[in-house]
Design a protein. Structure first.
Length: 264
């Protein structure tokens, strides 16, 4: 009997991937570069980073990627052909405004050119936005426009306080991407306009698009209206009685992204 040693090894480690050549997901640390002072008074990175395990971090989402056989990477510089080489999925989250960073790294024309070329060659770009009070839209939308997308200056699923969690709910039914999650929590998000070959993937009850995608050359771009899968809302603080399944949605999203990566 022929034994697939690669599969057996990965299975033993708890991975579901069956390909020994791991895919790489790179999280931007350049356009989103927020700092705060730690207990020693020294500046430290925080907000939407792999290493952060409190409510602000992406450690839970990172664990989902790892269970699907991905290698986690981060990019603390502007994207270029050289430093994107080897990356299969590139994630940009909530680029800084001057409110969040006194000297923000805006997305510039050279960045757009480099990202565009990388996606055309087969890269999968994921752009997480936010509501207009918490994200720098002008330059972000210049990148999104390359793929027929636009993040709108509005607020969807507005939640006043913790007594109104249900206002951030989105019921999912017969969705080709979110196959295991039936109800998610995505509060205070913007809506997304999709044109050209871009199409909506998920809408809220009001009919506003919260997730959209577009094929671009050999690659894909996915626009998401909020950084909703950070640790606070991958069921870290969501009321159990409301049946939100952001943890399952994280799995569904990663499985979908993995399916979009060209086979090596």
């Amino acid at each position: 009997m022929k034994i697939n040693y690669c599969y057996a090894f990965l299975l033993a480690l708890g991975f579901t991937a069956v390909n020994c050549e791991a895919q790489t997901v790179t999280l931007d640390y350049h356009f989103n570069h927020e700092t705060r002072k730690n207990s020693q008074g020294q500046p430290e990175r925080f907000h939407y980073i792999w290493e952060e395990k409190d409510y602000n971090g992406f450690s839970v989402l990172g664990d989902v990627f790892k269970r699907q056989g991905f290698k986690l990477n981060s990019l603390d510089a502007a994207p270029t052909a050289a430093n994107l080489k080897g990356t299969d999925v590139y994630i940009i989250v909530d680029p800084d405004s001057k409110k969040e960073n006194p000297a923000p790294n805006y997305i510039m024309p050279a960045d757009i050119k480099n990202i565009d070329a990388w996606v055309k060659k087969g890269g999968v770009l994921v752009m997480f936005a936010n509501d207009s009070a918490n994200v720098e839209f002008k330059h972000y939308n210049e990148l999104a426009a390359v793929f027929g997308m636009h993040f709108n200056d509005d607020i969807q699923n507005h939640v006043i306080d913790d007594a109104h969690f249900e206002d951030g709910g989105v019921v999912i039914k017969d969705n080709p991407v979110f196959k295991t999650s039936k109800k998610i929590y995505m509060k205070d998000a913007c809506s997304i306009a999709a044109s050209g070959n871009a199409r909506s993937v998920l809408k809220n009850a009001a009919g506003a698009t919260l997730i959209a995608t577009a094929k671009h050359g050999k690659g894909h771009m996915i626009a998401i209206a909020d950084p909703w899968l950070y640790d606070e809302y991958t069921n870290g603080r969501l009321p159990a009685n409301l049946n939100f399944e952001n943890d399952k949605a994280a799995y569904d999203l990663v499985v979908w992204l993995k399916s979009l990566v060209p086979k090596k």
